[in-house]
Design a protein around this ligand. Structure first.
Ligand SMILES: [Cu+2]
Length: 241
């Protein structure tokens, strides 16, 4: 059975990663949390201690007007902390922007309120570009095992371990093409082509949602990506047209 990458009830962490970009985001998150926990601990400890012994604590000494060393410390320490967090953050940001020699391109178009996908690298038997629309599965048509508000009638199919480029645009208002387990989120803007790349390192079904408020049915245009072995992909592609 294929693995589903979906939000889980009471899930408080990020979804499992399926691409190197998301792997990097997991790492960055853990790295940041380390410093956040450190600072939260330190600041609350100092605050607590000051409130607790404010009468005989040197740090709350009423006639203390300045302290060179203390001021140096509380300026340098946060500055270093910020640098330590900013560097990996920017590095990941620009690394994720990089689109390296994709083997395949998919054009994604956001419309009120569905997605349209174009496989411009392939043509159907009548010589036309392969393209299809993807609508949400209505609640009353859901079959056993399908996910409410996440399943679609047609899904994007992608071969595993392949560099794929998504060219993203919109036809009416702004939408956003986002799939958490791939670390992918990019604006779909009318009159503009944005690109992201993804390298899916394991097979599975990755779910996402439109992530830019685009009107009344914004919540009803989910994204479903089926990542499969290359031979299955070719088979599925043949079935499509
Ligand atoms: Cu939307």
């Amino acid at each position: 059975m294929m693995r589903l990458d979906v939000p889980t009830p009471w899930g408080m962490r990020l979804q499992d990663s399926a691409s190197p970009n998301m792997e990097g985001m997991h790492e960055l998150h853990d790295h940041m949390m380390y410093y956040l926990a450190l600072m939260l601990g330190l600041v609350s400890y100092m605050l607590f201690m000051m409130v607790k012994n404010f009468k005989n604590n040197t740090m709350s000494y009423k006639y203390l007007t300045h302290g060179q060393t203390l001021e140096m410390v509380w300026t340098m320490f946060p500055a270093v902390m910020l640098l330590v967090m900013a560097f990996p953050s920017f590095m990941l940001l620009y690394l994720c922007d990089e689109v390296l020699t994709p083997a395949m391109t998919i054009k994604v178009m956001g419309l009120q309120w569905y997605w349209k996908y174009e496989y411009s690298d392939f043509v159907s038997s009548n010589g036309e570009t392969m393209e299809f629309e993807s609508y949400i599965m209505p609640e009353d048509m859901l079959e056993e095992g399908q996910l409410r508000l996440l399943d679609t009638d047609t899904s994007i199919i992608i071969p595993v371990d392949t560099h794929v480029r998504f060219i993203v645009t919109a036809n009416d208002v702004m939408h956003s093409f986002a799939v958490p387990s791939l670390g992918m989120k990019i604006d779909a803007t009318p009159g503009r082509l944005n690109q992201v790349s993804a390298l899916m390192q394991r097979t599975g079904v990755f779910y996402g949602q439109c992530s830019e408020l685009c009107g009344i049915n914004h919540s009803l245009m989910p994204i479903k990506i089926e990542c499969m072995e290359i031979d299955q992909f070719i088979e599925a592609l043949n079935d499509m047209e």
